[in-house]
Design a protein around this ligand. Structure first.
Ligand code: SF4
Ligand code: MG
Length: 304
């Protein structure tokens, strides 16, 4: 069963006096029940904006999003409420996302109220994320970053989301806490039958937990596929460059290879294939025709 369907989503940022930015420029993506999809790409490519749109926190300019069968667009208050109960986000900064003045248990209880759950106690959720029950009586400042992120996960799960989204949920944590928290999110999402959209720029962690990878570049999904396949045989030149850029100890990409050039200005994206100014394999067709197909949006991989 498909939990999340994003079809040709466009999300725009309007800042007075500045050019319109299409942060998400026609992206399509699905997440199935019990599936973990890792969304990767450089910072500024539109990953967070896409996640916010899925939660109903940012209106879509075009395209559709459905979470658990309910449309998230157009963004009326009602659909926004539904979306918020259908998808729950765990944010990057566990210091900012928890209220410092409220006890942990009360914050988890908010999630339980969202789901109208009167039988589960906040302490039960603390236990599910591997924390002692008596943490409920304490305040967020008493905990480490990794513990706070577990609390944020407990609060998100309390609302019984059909989809859990982590927007760089481990990038503010110590290296030792990163893999634990990532695995915990995966296990809890799978165990509760929800899907997990896990956003990260850390491909080595995504490789550990994701069933499928979606690679985003300048507002578009440029490659999707099963994690093992993408890892063994990345097809889009951008995916290849990304994988080459991770220093991992298994022999591939031991030397961090920098991508040539910077991410172009999303307010003024390149013509044709958006990756063409940085692509080592660029051809004439790439300069003026955008490859608008999947699973690999590159003229070298046009479906027959
Ligand atoms: Fe490179 Fe062309 Fe493929 Fe774009 S479409 S990634 S420019 S080969
Ligand atoms: Mg971001």
């Amino acid at each position: 069963m498909t939990l999340l369907t994003i079809d040709n989503l466009v999300v725009e940022h309007r800042t007075p006096g500045r050019p319109l930015v299409r942060a998400v420029a026609g992206a399509s993506l699905t997440v199935a029940a019990g599936e973990v999809v890792g969304l990767v790409g450089e910072s500024g490519c539109g990953k967070s904006t896409l996640a916010r749109a899925v939660c109903g926190l940012h209106p879509a300019a075009a395209g559709t999003i459905t979470v658990g069968g309910h449309p998230v667009t157009p963004l009326g208050l009602r659909s926004r409420h539904r979306a918020l109960t259908g998808a729950q986000m765990v944010f990057q900064d566990p210091y900012a996302s928890l209220n410092p003045r409220r006890r942990v248990g009360a914050q988890i209880a908010d999630g339980l109220r969202t789901a109208d759950d009167r039988t589960t106690a906040p302490e039960d959720l603390l236990e599910r994320v591997g924390l002692p029950r008596d943490f409920a009586e304490r305040f967020p400042h008493e905990f480490s970053g990794g513990q706070r992120q577990r609390i944020a996960i407990a609060r998100a799960l309390a609302a019984r989301p059909s989809l859990l989204i982590g927007d760089e949920p481990i990038s503010a944590l110590d290296a030792s806490a990163q893999a634990h928290v990532a695995r915990l999110m995966r296990d809890l999402a799978v165990e509760s039958g929800a899907g997990l959209l896990f956003i990260s720029h850390d491909l080595s962690v995504v490789r550990l937990i994701a069933d499928r990878i979606a690679v985003m570049y300048l507002g578009k999904i440029v490659e999707t596929g099963p994690t093992a396949e993408v890892w063994a045989d990345p097809k889009h030149p951008y995916t290849r460059a990304l994988l080459g850029a991770i220093p991992i100890p298994d022999g591939r990409g031991v030397l961090p290879a920098e991508l040539p050039g910077d991410v172009p200005d999303p307010a003024d994206p390149p013509s044709g294939c958006r990756f063409h100014p940085r692509c080592p394999l660029v051809m004439d067709v790439c300069l003026d025709r955008e490859p608008e197909f999947g699973p690999v949006a590159c003229w070298l991989h046009e479906p027959a």
